[in-house]
Design a protein around this ligand. Structure first.
Ligand code: 5GP
Ligand code: MN
Length: 339
């Protein structure tokens, strides 16, 4: 798949008078999804193009500080309005996902829309639903790609402090605070560039990582103490959470983010899995160390995908049945995990 030039993409938008532009991202958007969407929106605004961000679902309250977040149209609960906007759009930017199933029912509207779809994404194995492509699975984050898009089209002067803060956040979270293997010297160069806009990186880190509710911290303690299962024979750690537990700790959107990583922090563990009974589906997060492909496991068995070391998937089976399936499937990878 070959990429389009950033300047050509912008020119295509500019060639239409008063273009209707939508930016959308995956369901339960994380900091990279929201940071890239709102960062792109702020850049486009400074460039002279108005746009609307539509998310398939709500997003974590620790991202509500991002400029423009209060004007986001949430598809869930506003289905008619969001569908109509997608149908009437001239351009739809699709950020931080590459398969229409990742935007739930909103995918039907986006898929059926006559709008030109522009993919900006860093996940492996794109579906190929878009007309214009700005994709790189080596990019640390979609925020890094948005920064590249702005820089390559010679529009660096249209970044402002609010835009920089949004983009910095996705860089920070998708690299695990600049420590995962997807963090390159270029990622640091971009972070440095964004810091030069005067953003408060200490406050951003604090808002995202150090502003948990008491419920959330107690829930983490409970999950690690009572729910963590170590399967030494597969160098794997599993945490499963049922609906009652989500209710007991008043778990809100975003509150389970990062929980999967604790398993990977145990010496000798190469694969960590979090299984949660969400309202419609059982959702799974997979994290791996080194050369074990978390996304292959997700793709082969749980209708999922993502990055090599960080992926997700889902199941329509019960929580117990899903955990059982996970364990059965692990048997197939025993050699790989013990290599
Ligand atoms: P998380 O575990 O944080 O939800 O997701 C980890 C990574 O896997 C993210 O990059 C996310 O976009 C991707 N991912 C999560 N769930 C799914 C899924 O169901 N399908 C696909 N294709 N990717 C997913
Ligand atoms: Mn991302």
């Amino acid at each position: 798949m070959s990429n389009h030039q950033a300047s050509d993409i912008l020119q295509a938008i500019q060639s239409i008078a008063a273009p209707k532009v939508i930016i959308t991202t995956h369901h339960k958007p994380d900091a990279d999804a929201m940071g890239s969407s709102l960062g792109l929106q702020l850049f486009l605004k400074n460039f002279g193009i108005a746009s609307t961000v539509i998310t398939p679902t709500d997003f974590a309250s620790f991202l509500h500080w991002m400029k423009g977040s209060n004007e986001v149209v949430i598809f869930e609960g506003n289905e008619k309005k969001a569908t109509q906007m997608a149908m009437e759009a001239d351009f739809i930017f699709c950020l931080d996902f590459n398969h229409l199933s990742r935007i739930n029912e909103f995918g039907e509207a986006v898929g059926n829309s006559k709008a030109i779809k522009i993919l900006m994404d860093h996940h492996q194995f794109p579906q190929g639903f878009e007309q214009l492509t700005y994709w790189d699975d080596k990019a640390s984050s979609t925020c890094e790609l948005v920064h590249r898009f702005i820089t390559e089209s010679n529009n660096h002067s249209n970044i402002d402090k609010d835009c920089a803060a949004c983009l910095y956040t996705g860089l920070m979270t998708d690299t695990g605070s600049f420590r995962h293997s997807n963090c390159t010297s270029n990622t640091h160069r971009i972070a440095a560039d964004l810091m030069d806009y005067g953003i408060d990186h200490v406050a951003i880190h604090d808002l995202v990582f150090d502003s948990f509710t008491e419920d959330r911290v107690r829930f983490i303690g409970y999950a690690l103490n009572k729910k963590l299962e170590i399967l030494r024979e597969y160098k794997t750690a599993i945490i499963s959470i049922n609906k009652d537990e989500l209710k007991q700790f008043n778990i809100q959107t975003g509150d389970t983010e990062g929980l999967v990583n604790y398993g990977l922090g145990i010496e000798g563990i190469k694969f960590a899995i979090l299984v949660i009974d969400r309202s419609k589906l059982v959702k799974m997060s997979f994290r791996s160390k080194g050369n074990f492909a978390a996304n292959a496991f997700a793709m082969n068995h749980f209708n999922g995908g993502g990055h090599f070391n960080a992926a997700g998937g889902s199941s329509t089976a019960t929580l117990e049945e899903t955990v059982h399936q996970v364990k059965e499937n692990l048997k197939l990878y025993s050699q790989e995990l013990n290599a």
